[in-house]
Design a protein around this ligand. Sequence first.
Ligand SMILES: NC(=O)c1ccc[n+]([C@@H]2O[C@H](COP(=O)([O-])OP(=O)(O)OC[C@H]3O[C@@H](n4cnc5c(N)ncnc54)[C@H](O)[C@@H]3O)[C@@H](O)[C@H]2O)c1
Length: 258
Amino acid sequence: MSPTPTPPARPQPSTAATGANREPAPAAPARDIATAPTPPAAGAEAGLVAVTGAEGFIGSHLVETLVATGARVRAMVQYNSFSSFGWLETLPADVLDRVEVVLGDVRDPGSVTGLVTGVEAVYHLAALIAIPYSYRAPHSYVETNVTGTLNVLEALRHLEIPRLVHTSTSETYGTAQTVPITEDHPINTQSPYAASKAGGDRLADSYHASFATPVVTLRPFNTFGPRQSMRRDSHRHRPGRRGPAHHHPRRPAPHPRL
Ligand SMILES: NC(=O)c1ccc[n+]([C@@H]2O[C@H](COP(=O)([O-])OP(=O)(O)OC[C@H]3O[C@@H](n4cnc5c(N)ncnc54)[C@H](O)[C@@H]3O)[C@@H](O)[C@H]2O)c1
């Protein structure tokens, strides 16, 4: 038997980054992210906010609500060959007047940076959300929900944007071990979807701990209402059934700015 090869020396991270010199890591500045007033962002346009996943179920309602509260919204819509802007196409013209649609993809760091440059706050909702489809295409869930969130966090960090609202899910808790589920319920990811969302959450936590990135994570439970997505149907697509185009919202005449 040949001798066990000596493993290559692992590159040592700098002590400044890891605290490997045993000095305590510098604490992130104490700040109650959820309630602290938002300081103005350097170079930000007053009242301008960015939303990822803006064309989706919850995102489109959020865009409407943000506009109703006086914000102007830069809305990321994922590029697609149907030139569809999803549920945004159904919003009234006076709402769309205050919405700048930007085609992009959260997996692409450059398009995320372009989206969030000059905004006061970022609402990150873009995700692949169908649990059954996550069994079929788990890599795409990691790329969108983990790497996509990392790209948002990196952009926040470098542009020093004062507020990120990151949307997670109650799926990260898995089957309830205690009822009601509280924030300290154990994380128990039972699908690739849940695992990818928990991965994004952990990155958000780590950016807050490491760089004081001002992030709040929401974990909604099942959400329902007008424009609800058909995610539970996504595993039932069979030959003979109508495909994903069936799930596209009815498209009225697009607003001139779209
Ligand atoms: N609907 C629910 O019951 C529910 C419950 C808990 C959490 N959530 C979370 O809320 C958020 C919004 O969910 P939703 O129900 O509105 O889903 P949705 O599918 O309607 O919206 C998600 C949006 O993300 C976009 N998107 C997907 N991949 C993208 C990419 N690579 N780049 C840019 N955009 C991309 C999609 O085009 C879509 O518009 C998600 O983060 C989801 O995990 C939803």
